[in-house]
Design a protein around this ligand. Structure first.
Ligand code: OGA
Ligand code: MN
Length: 300
């Protein structure tokens, strides 16, 4: 055996070697992966297989996982650079890379106001699109989930673009859409953006049709964190964006994820939009998820 073989087998032995099972979740995108324990360090081959599945399916679901926070940070790091949450919360002291998505207050009690502090999640969006360099991917690990499951819906914006008429695609290809944290707050009816928030995230134009850096496929890049199409009359822009949103989120193209505790879902913000449902008793039931985010690149 050559020394390179020895090295290869040593590196495999260092991680948890698996045989992945990949089941599509819909005809369009999404897959459930089983046969892997994300609580353990993974072998190179498993990481490569998961990366390939992620490129092909854009959203991956892993069920029945025991993932302590350190393991979530390790797993996320296999795919790139972790991004620190902008607002560090009271859970984030030991693991600053992990942000919690939750309706629990600082004493750990359910409070509707806590869940409603960020109502932007209840509208179709792609995470952090109001940033100059928006995050590539987000991962949510379900720790506590209300009895209803409280779904999160996802759509593919590759599919949305690819199912437009050719003339429409051509009309959209060179447009730029202005993303804006301030406008996002207005769109979701929440408190106005603060001066400090505006300084961190001033309005920023991104291509309305972006090309995925790993696949070269084009996707619509839009959602609730936006104001208007550059150089277009405000009313005309609103009508066009509403029409595209209706097209992208038709019921028959939505994958609605019904959460169970110990689910991990990772999704690609560059070619999907998502939207949280409000349907649960936020004042009495507990919901807690651990969120990690991977840095992206400037959309082109
Ligand atoms: C998010 C998000 C939806 C949910 O964490 O980015 O949109 O259902 N979450 O919690
Ligand atoms: Mn989100």
């Amino acid at each position: 055996m050559s020394s390179s073989h020895v090295l290869a087998s040593n590196s495999v032995a260092a991680g948890h070697q698996t045989s992945l099972n990949i089941e599509p979740l819909s005809d369009i995108f999404g897959a459930e992966i089983s046969g892997v324990d994300l609580g353990q360090p993974l072998a190179e081959q498993s990481i490569a297989d998961i990366k390939a599945a992620f490129r092909d399916h854009q959203l991956l679901l892993f069920r029945d996982q025991e993932i302590p926070r350190a393991a979530q940070v390790r797993f996320t790091g296999y795919f790139g650079q972790l991004e620190m949450p902008i607002n560090r919360d009271y859970w984030g002291k030991d693991f600053p890379e992990i942000h919690t998505v939750s309706n629990l207050d600082a004493d750990g009690n359910p409070k509707a106001a806590q869940a409603l502090a960020n109502p932007g999640n209840f509208f179709w969006h792609t995470d952090g699109s109001y940033l100059k360099v928006p995050p590539a991917c987000s991962l949510l690990y379900a720790v506590e989930i209300p009895s209803s499951g409280r779904n999160t819906s996802f759509v593919s914006t590759y599919h949305a673009y690819e199912t437009l008429a050719r003339e429409t695609q051509e009309k959209l290809d060179n447009l730029r859409l202005v993303h804006s944290w301030a406008q996002s707050r207005i769109n979701s009816g929440s408190r106005p953006a603060t001066e400090e928030e505006l300084q961190k995230a001033p309005p920023i134009p991104h291509p309305l049709v972006r090309t995925h850096p790993d696949t070269g496929r084009k996707a619509l890049y839009m959602g609730n964190h936006t104001s208007h199409i550059e150089g277009m009359d405000a009313e005309e822009s609103r009508i066009l964006l509403d029409e595209l949103l209706r097209h992208a989120t038709r019921a028959d193209v939505v994958y609605e994820h019904k959460w169970r505790p110990r689910d991990l879902v990772m999704w690609d913000n560059r070619c999907l939009m998502h939207c949280a449902s409000t349907e649960f008793d936020m004042e009495n039931e507990r919901r807690l998820l651990h969120r990690t985010v991977l840095s992206g690149t400037v959309p082109v």
